[in-house]
Design a protein around this ligand. Structure first.
Ligand code: CP3
Length: 343
């Protein structure tokens, strides 16, 4: 491995400078991504290993980030479960047969990842070959709550009305759905690691919709099941829960070698609450990248100061990069992190 500072930081070892990558770094803000995207729809890109490999490498080449993240989506495992997934133009994911009843949950299949999503595993093997050890490859999945929210609501949601209704009105149905999802996610992540993913991240993008109390009762045990199941797989596990600064202790209790942080909390405060026996990843507001480079640099320095060169910090945005972000600003961010964190 030519550049292993990301993996070193995941293990809380000393590094030459702070590693940085950006959530959603392979995507529409890159003109070279749009060039391919004009020819193929999103799911076709995910299901064609050559294309997935090509766009995975784009931000590595363009930005000089310290890790690659597999080009795929958290919703790909749904199809194997018998849930119909489409990406509608400008609407995001749409599920035509949402899960609402015990019958719906009973119908969900639990397949091996090799059968349900062979193209993801082929893409991982191809990307590892094409990376030639330049930087490590991160695999990923959604977390049980975030996946459940899509499956129940039938797409994105503002209020999670159907999801919370099931949680509180039919806790047994909720529990069996969460158990089935967790089993699928654990198989999916284990298969990614076996195929060559050198770290994995679990995204709980929408769990901030819950109170800490409901998180603890209805979600934490399921996230913990997945994270515990990855303990002996030999690669670092990053647990990112968005909009969850009110319940960071619970997120950390669910597990993860590294805890992902959004920007709604100062990094020093967050790390203290997570505990110094874990790494942290984050936590620049993604829209900082619309500010002038001098402001970006100032905010980078503040975050680095709060991390204080303590081993175990991976620089990232606090959530995914916006599709209108100027590419030069993303490049300037990566340069600033490396420059100001040089030990
Ligand atoms: O980080 C990366 O570069 C790897 C690729 C990646 C994608 N999705 C590609 C993608 C990753 C890690 C994801 C994760 C993902 N997918 C999450 C969790 C991350 C987060 O932001 O919290 C979620 C919630 C999804 C579900 C999803 N996929 C939505 C809501 C959308 C539509 C959003 C939008 O901006 O249109 C997608 C589509 C999607 N996934 C795109 C990409 C590059 C855009 C597809 C396109 O080209 O039109």
């Amino acid at each position: 491995m030519q550049n292993d500072r990301f993996l070193k930081a995941c293990r809380r070892e000393e590094v030459d400078c702070t590693p940085v990558w950006l959530m959603r770094q392979a995507g529409r803000y890159l003109p070279e991504y749009m060039e391919i995207r004009q020819k193929y729809d999103f799911l076709t890109m995910c299901k064609t290993p050559d294309l997935a490999a090509e766009v995975t490498l784009q931000p590595v080449n363009r930005l000089g980030v310290d890790a690659a993240i597999l080009f795929a989506d958290i919703l790909l495992p749904l199809e194997g479960m018998g849930i119909e997934l489409a990406f509608a133009k400008n609407e995001g994911p749409v599920i035509s047969n949402p899960v609402r009843t015990k019958d719906d949950v009973d119908k969900i299949r639990i397949l091996e990842a090799e059968e349900a999503t062979p193209y993801v595993l082929d893409a991982i093997r191809l990307i590892r070959k094409e990376l030639e050890g330049r930087v490590p490859l991160i695999g990923f999945s959604g977390a049980p709550f975030t996946i459940a929210s899509y499956i129940i609501e039938g797409g994105g949601s503002k209020d999670y009305k159907n999801c919370k209704s099931m949680m509180w009105q039919a806790p047994d149905v909720w529990d069996s759905l969460m158990k089935k999802i967790s089993e699928v996610l654990l198989k999916y992540l284990k298969a990614q690691i076996k195929a060559g993913a050198q770290a994995v991240q679990m995204f709980d993008s929408w769990v901030g919709a819950l109170s800490p109390d409901d998180y603890e009762q209805y979600v934490l045990p399921h996230s913990k099941y997945v994270l515990d199941g990855l303990r002996d797989e030999g690669v670092p596990v990053i647990h990112f829960a968005n909009n969850a600064s009110s319940m960071l202790e619970l997120v950390a209790a669910a597990g993860g070698d590294v805890i992902g942080l959004d920007w709604r909390i100062n990094l020093d405060d967050a790390w203290k609450r997570v505990g110094y026996d874990r790494g942290v990843q984050g936590n620049l507001d993604p829209f900082t990248l619309f500010a002038p480079p001098s402001v970006i640099e100032e905010k980078v320095r503040k975050i680095l100061d709060m991390a204080g060169n303590r081993p175990g910090h991976i620089f990232n945005l606090g959530h995914g990069i916006n599709k209108e972000t100027p590419v030069e600003h993303a490049i300037a961010l990566v340069e600033a992190v490396h420059k100001y964190s040089r030990r």
